[in-house]
Design a protein around this ligand. Structure first.
Ligand code: AP5
Length: 257
């Protein structure tokens, strides 16, 4: 099995890789916020759910297994998730880190991820990656409304909401004009099951990050723009990095949300 390794940045670039872990229940806005943060930080947004959905389309044993597990709202086995993620992380665009949307989701995944070491063999100890885990807190009643109105582009996976973030043309993606679809696991009974699994399997991870002083708690009930601004401000102070001036943050938000 592959191990997740964030490769070294260019030899003349001493900046440590940045890893942002985005946690929260289904529909909390992980994908929405991750996509915006990726633009601001200049590191890729890796949605583990989207990666798994792309493997699920394959007509092979893995694809068949993933389709069955995901349609029912169950969690994919840890080793398979780590394998898929490791393959993605080994791509050159992850040299400076990544935004991990929806990973880790179990204590087992935390352990595998940390045991695999995020450091590249090229990195000295002083350039260990900087990690922040963001927890988007949202009530269950909000989640059901968000997921029942969610629509996804069938080609590029851009996310919309029928009421709060509709496409410019009904049923069509703003970016490529492809048809918008409903995710199979957004049916109400499946959403309730995903929520139960989140509470059982993923919530315990929060204390792990809190103990490492890496946890950022965010009220995910606010408007998208306010959440994004709050995250950017907090990340700057937690990681001691500079992210664009407020004006640039605002224009990036307008381009992405
Ligand atoms: P995944 O695709 O990651 O699903 P999820 O975690 O359930 O999260 P969602 O994608 O449903 O929601 P989100 O939080 O990204 O919200 P979004 O921004 O879209 O995983 C799917 C499946 O893959 C899992 O069930 C599992 O089977 C498998 N899997 C994935 N990772 C795994 C792992 N690590 N281990 C094992 N299995 C794994 O927003 C939702 C809606 O709300 C949108 O319509 C959006 O426009 C709207 N919205 C967003 N923010 C706001 C806001 N502030 N105000 C109003 N509306 C908003």
């Amino acid at each position: 099995m592959h191990r997740p390794v964030f490769r070294s940045v260019e030899m003349d670039d001493q900046r440590a890789p940045i890893v942002i872990v985005v946690l929260g229940p289904p529909g909390a806005g992980k994908g929405t916020q991750s996509s915006m943060l990726a633009s601001l930080l200049g590191i890729p947004h890796i949605s583990v759910g989207s990666l798994l959905r792309s493997y699920a389309r394959d007509e092979n044993e893995v694809g068949l297994c993933l389709r069955g597990v995901m349609a029912l709202g169950n969690l994919v086995p840890d080793t398979l998730v780590l394998d898929v993620l490791a393959t993605r992380i080994s791509e050159p665009d992850c040299a400076r880190g990544a935004i991990l949307d929806g990973f880790p989701r179990t204590l087992g995944q935390v352990e595998l991820f940390e045991r695999g070491s995020l450091k590249s063999p090229c990195h000295s100890d002083s350039s260990t990656e900087k990690l922040v885990a963001i927890h988007l807190r949202v009530q269950n009643s909000t989640i059901v409304g968000r997921l029942s109105g969610r629509r996804i582009c069938s080609r590029c996976s851009a996310t919309y909401h029928l009421e709060t973030h509709p496409p410019r043309v009904k049923g069509e993606c703003d970016f490529d004009g492809s048809a918008l679809t409903i995710r199979e696991d957004d049916r109400k009974t499946t959403v309730l099951k995903r929520l139960r699994l989140y509470e059982q399997q993923t919530l315990p991870i929060l204390s792990h990050y809190a103990e490492r002083a890496s946890l950022l708690e965010v009220d995910g009930e606010q408007p998208r723009e306010n959440i994004a601004q709050e995250i950017v401000t907090a990340i700057q102070s937690m990681l001691r990095i500079f992210i664009p001036s407020p004006k640039n943050v605002q224009s990036t938000l307008e381009d992405n949300l």
